[in-house]
Design a protein around this ligand. Structure first.
Ligand SMILES: [Zn+2]
Ligand SMILES: [Zn+2]
Length: 368
């Protein structure tokens, strides 16, 4: 092919700047990939104003679970909690892609550079205090922050896929072609889910700016004690916890519902808040109904199972994790990684754990 022709791989770069001579290049090392991932993961923006209008005080490391209260309530020693997120490429390699949870400081836990200082303070003030009202207004703030986090991780995923296009360096042409084909598919999927989340984010922003909760729904629960876990994130409800099929994660143009879940605590009592924009009889509603049908005495255990299975932005009390029976730890680690490769989950996953992951009663529940 001609040096100045667009490269065959679809990168939109000229061949001479892309795949020409790639088989003779020095192979890309996993540590170069890691350095690149870290750089891209630190590139921030304000989720509330993508063009920076109304932003002030720079991009901050925004906590998805509030530091005072939520995180500090489960922290031990020098303000440490445990994270299930792989922290380095070395850990990935040493543990065959499934590293165990490790301790991190609460200053680093759950943060993402996804808001400017002004919007982070102004928007989330109502849920950053000593207590929280579990009404639609506060529930929408939890949901919005969880979606913003999810949007950020999807944007980083798109960037990472770009890096992976370099991983065929030093390989013969047929392998280059296979790798580029795979990257093309991954990138298309990543861009599609980013676009889906952007659509939902626009819906949240419009409601926040207009002071309306129309079409937003929530279910919130306050426990009578402290769960050893906090979490924030969003997922597409596919299977209810009783195994009912809710929506197929198939191709197509239908908008999939994004269900958010935040678990935090106020004044020593955990709260769990589900929120979504969409119908009150769709997949999200059905998912939350199945949770609601779990006996109150088993809800603490069930919400922890859901967090392990559906979210990766979860943080644990170290002594709780270390005190679990070994088979239960192994089982929970399996559940963390069950969704990594395929985002498909096992049905009927929510029978009570033995022993329960947590025990706490319900003292308040609200819905909208
Ligand atoms: Zn190329
Ligand atoms: Zn801003």
């Amino acid at each position: 092919m001609g040096r100045n022709e667009p490269c065959w791989c679809g990168s939109n770069n000229k061949w001479k700047k892309c795949h020409m001579g790639r088989e003779a290049m020095k192979p890309f090392s996993p540590f170069e990939v890691e350095a690149d991932w870290r750089r891209r993961g630190q590139k921030g923006y304000c989720s509330h104003s993508l063009d920076g209008t109304g932003c002030a005080n720079g991009i901050v490391k925004s906590h998805t679970v509030q530091r005072r209260g939520g995180l500090s309530a489960i922290a031990e020693g020098k303000s440490l909690v445990m994270t299930v997120k792989p922290q380095s490429m070395r850990a990935m390699i040493d543990h065959e892609g499934r590293p165990p949870p490790i301790e991190i400081g609460i200053g680093k836990a759950s943060v993402f550079p996804g808001f400017c200082g002004h919007h982070d303070d102004a928007i989330f003030k109502p849920v950053e205090g000593k207590d929280v009202a579990l009404d639609a207004g506060d529930a929408m703030l939890f949901a919005y922050r969880a979606m913003a986090y999810e949007r950020f991780t999807k944007a980083v995923h798109v960037e990472n896929t770009m890096v992976q296009r370099q991983m065929d360096r030093g390989q013969p042409l047929p392998i280059q072609q296979a790798i580029q084909r795979q990257c093309h598919i991954t990138l298309a999927g990543a861009k599609r889910s980013l676009a889906e989340i952007d659509t939902v984010m626009k819906e949240y922003r419009a409601r926040l700016d207009g002071g309306s909760h129309a079409g937003f729904h929530h279910r919130a629960y306050r426990f009578d004690g402290l769960l050893p876990l906090v979490a924030a994130g969003a997922f597409m409800p596919e299977l209810a916890i009783d195994g009912t099929l809710l929506q197929r994660l198939a191709r197509g143009t239908a908008a999939f519902e994004q269900l958010t879940l935040t678990i935090s605590s106020y004044a020593g009592r955990s709260v769990a808040v589900f929120g979504w924009i969409g119908p009150d009889d769709g997949a999200s509603a059905a998912y939350v109904d199945a949770f609601d049908a779990v006996p109150d005495a088993d809800k603490a255990d069930a919400i922890m199972q859901i967090a392990f299975e559906q979210l990766e932005n979860i943080y644990l009390r170290p002594s709780w994790w270390n005190g679990l029976p070994t088979p239960q730890r192994a089982h929970l680690r399996e559940r963390v990684y069950a969704g990594v490769a395929t985002k498909r989950r096992t049905p009927g996953g929510c029978s009570p754990s033995k022993p329960p992951l947590a025990t706490a009663g319900i003292v308040e529940s609200t819905r909208s």
